[in-house]
Design a protein around this ligand. Structure first.
Ligand SMILES: [Ca+2]
Length: 369
């Protein structure tokens, strides 16, 4: 009887201990899960991309990279704007977006060029018109003539955004200057500068030349094609600007071998077609615009360093000068050899991924097929 009672008590104690242990484990797990879910997933960075698509092929690589970042949930491209008036530019962007599964991203275009110094209508360099006219690519927009003026689209997108926006500008400053000059409208009661100040976190531009030797600082393409606009943006933009100058991108050559191996998931592919039309293949091409993309999206210092703060001015000959001043919020990109190599590897890594929309049915996203 006593033995039986003891056995019964022992059984109850074991069950009680087991229940206590189970409760303890659950209690331990719950806060941990709470911490996990309590950590909000970092919201994707909102990005507007402003490009002179059609003049040089580094814009195509920059756009590819942005779509790949979007595939990974790192950024949210809320709009893409061309600083070229030629319809081929937005047609090409639309073809790219449709191929990569992002044909619904709003597009804008420059409707009128300023009088001074515009050379971007140069058809010799315009691969975008050529590729867009090629025919067989799918597109999402039916009436390119109905696209909004770039600065007006930026006004709408900024007014509607509930989070700070990063603008990556790798073409002329036409849209940006017109945004600064704009007044209140149906989208916002704020004038352009106020709207930028309230909504734009940072502008990252491929523009200018900040070579340490002034004698080497030639006028730079994105500056001299709309010098007045670039001057205004450098002087009046109310939030931070980071510059990637000519001297950075020219050191980072995209290898043609990566082009041959990375874009085989679609044939023809608008990127490889663009390279083929731009110059006789094979050739390696400097990656000016992708440096601005990396600076904006991956500010990790393994890819680049930044100058001290200072003011950027544009002279009559479209050369950029930098004057150190801690009160300013402009800085420019500096790269050493290791950072150049790291940036190049990152560009190749991103562009070698198959777009999520085209990844195979097994869910093997991100790797080339
Ligand atoms: Ca460009």
């Amino acid at each position: 009887m006593n033995t039986s009672n003891n056995a019964g008590k022992m059984k109850k104690i074991i069950i009680f201990a087991a229940v206590l242990l189970a409760i303890s484990v659950i209690m331990l797990l719950l806060p941990a899960r709470g911490r996990d879910t309590g950590h909000e997933e970092k919201s994707p960075m909102k990005v507007i991309f402003d490009t002179d698509m059609g003049n040089d092929v580094d814009d195509t690589i920059a756009l590819d990279m942005l779509y790949k970042y979007q595939d990974e949930g790192i950024i949210d491209i809320i709009g893409i704007i061309s600083s070229k008036r030629e319809e081929g530019s937005v047609r090409y962007i639309d073809i790219m977006g449709t191929l990569y599964g992002y044909g619904d991203i709003p597009l804008g275009i420059v409707r009128t060029y300023p009088d001074e110094g515009y050379k971007c209508a140069d058809k010799r360099l315009n691969f975008a018109d050529h590729v867009a006219a090629g025919g067989d690519y799918r597109h999402s927009i039916e009436d390119y003539g109905a696209l909004p003026d770039g600065y007006l689209l930026m006004r709408r997108l900024l007014a509607e955004s509930d989070a700070p926006v990063t603008i990556i500008a790798v073409g002329f400053s036409t849209n940006l200057a017109r945004l600064l000059e704009s007044g209140p409208d149906e989208y916002s009661p704020l004038c352009g500068k106020e709207l930028v100040a309230s909504k734009v976190d940072r502008l990252v531009m491929m523009a200018g030349n900040f070579d340490s030797e002034r004698a080497l600082r030639k006028k730079e393409y994105n500056i001299y094609n709309d010098r007045m606009a670039a001057t205004r943006v450098c002087m009046e933009w109310p939030t931070e600007i980071l510059f990637s100058g000519y001297e950075v991108g020219k050191r980072i050559l995209y290898p043609y071998t990566a082009l041959e191996s990375g874009f085989g998931y679609a044939s023809p592919h608008p990127v490889t077609e663009a390279f083929g039309y731009y110059a006789e293949m094979p050739y390696n091409r400097p990656m000016w615009d992708p440096t601005a993309v990396i600076m904006a999206v991956e500010p990790d210092r393994k890819y680049f360093s930044l100058s001290d703060a200072g003011y950027v001015t544009v002279d009559q000959g479209s050369r950029t000068d930098f004057t150190t001043d801690s009160r300013s919020n402009r800085r420019y990109c500096i790269v050493n050899d290791t950072q150049c190599m790291n940036m190049m590897r990152r560009i190749v890594e991103l562009t070698s991924k198959t777009p999520k929309a085209l990844a195979n049915a097994d869910g093997e996203h991100g790797e080339n097929l």
